[in-house]
Design a protein around this ligand. Structure first.
Ligand code: F6P
Length: 323
């Protein structure tokens, strides 16, 4: 293999830069040249690519976001878009790709490889949602949870000063990993995640018991994709039944996507970037590179996206027991 490409795609996540750096430096180490593609699949279609040197990835390890840019590409969902992308890959002589992203990125790669099997693609799991099977953690998840934790710590200060109930909505699309881990980290009174049925009667009882017991403040973490609705919707449904009338809603939003990656994300992203290049060099194709219990794992794209990571029920119970 003489030339590969790397791109970041879908929602950005802290650690994507560390991943790109590792891909570029590992490829050059093995004598393989690397092309950077800007804005994910959009850049592939537009031929927006450039040969990368070791210097191009200097001083980016610690930066959030992605220096390559990213996008959610509608055009890549069309045959015409994918054919155009293929023509560009041929023009640049690219034989393999490291695609860093989440569900949409891996789905796009699978469709593309079924039409153009001569292009070898492996993936690295870049998403804050942690919703991919085949890795304990995705790149960016740890940073996002730390960001959420710090923000909720701040909310707890004001919640306790005023004696309020706060509903804090966190990201995760249709997964509750950010919600659950941050709930444990901040000692939330309750957490609502899409993976477990949300019984609002139970939530009302918990919050009213806290109020009667003169617990000064309560924090409820709501995963944006919860089955009972988002944080505003949950409050709308139950506020008339809550004894506390001092209620606030905070939506953390995209603050969770940015910022300097944590140690865990930098190390994970670096290792998976390095192993992705080795995987391509060794002839692996159509797999997501992950880390399970410290070991490198190779999971077919179709398994990584469909067998969604399972939420840990014991951890849900932990929130109840410790609150
Ligand atoms: O997949 C990452 C994520 O941040 C989700 O948690 C969230 O639902 C979504 O992306 C938001 O996407 P966008 O930035 O396109 O609004």
């Amino acid at each position: 293999m003489k030339k590969i490409a790397v791109f970041t795609s879908g929602g950005d996540s802290p650690g994507m830069n560390a991943n790109v750096r590792a891909v570029v430096r590992t490829a050059l180490y093995y004598g393989i040249s690397v092309v950077g593609i800007r804005n994910g699949y959009e850049g592939l279609i537009d031929g927006d690519m450039f040969e990368m040197s070791s210097k191009d990835v200097s001083n980016i390890l610690q930066l959030g976001g992605t220096i390559l840019g990213t996008a959610r590409s509608e055009r890549f969902m069309t045959v015409e878009g994918r054919n155009q992308a293929y023509a560009n890959l041929q023009k640049f002589g690219i034989e393999g790709i490291v695609a860093c992203g989440g569900n949409g990125t891996f789905t796009g790669a699978m469709v593309f490889m079924s039409e153009h099997p001569d292009i070898r693609i492996v993936g690295t799991p870049g998403t804050i949602d942690n919703d991919l099977y085949g890795t304990d953690y995705t790149i960016g998840y740890d940073t996002a949870v730390n960001t959420a934790m710090n923000a909720i710590d701040n909310i707890k200060d004001t919640a306790n000063s005023h004696g309020r109930v706060f509903f804090v909505e966190v990201m995760g699309r249709d997964a509750g990993f950010i919600a659950l881990r941050s709930a444990i980290a901040v000692g939330a009174e309750a957490v609502l995640v899409p993976e477990a049925f949300t019984d609002l009667n139970v939530l009302v009882k918990t919050l009213n018991t806290n109020y009667e017991n003169k617990k000064r403040a309560s924090i409820v973490i709501v995963a944006e994709g919860d089955d009972a609705g988002d944080a505003f919707e949950v409050v709308r449904q139950i506020k008339s039944r809550l004894l506390s009338k001092d209620i606030r809603v905070t939506v953390l939003g995209h603050i969770q996507r940015g910022g300097r990656p944590t140690v865990a994300d930098r190390v994970l992203a670096s290792r998976l970037g390095l192993e992705a290049v080795r995987a391509l060099r060794d002839g692996k194709v159509g797999v997501a590179i992950g880390q399970i219990s410290g070991d490198i794992s190779y999971t077919p794209f179709e398994v990584a996206i469909k067998h969604n990571q399972k939420i840990n029920q014991a951890w849900l119970e932990m929130v109840d027991i410790l609150s």
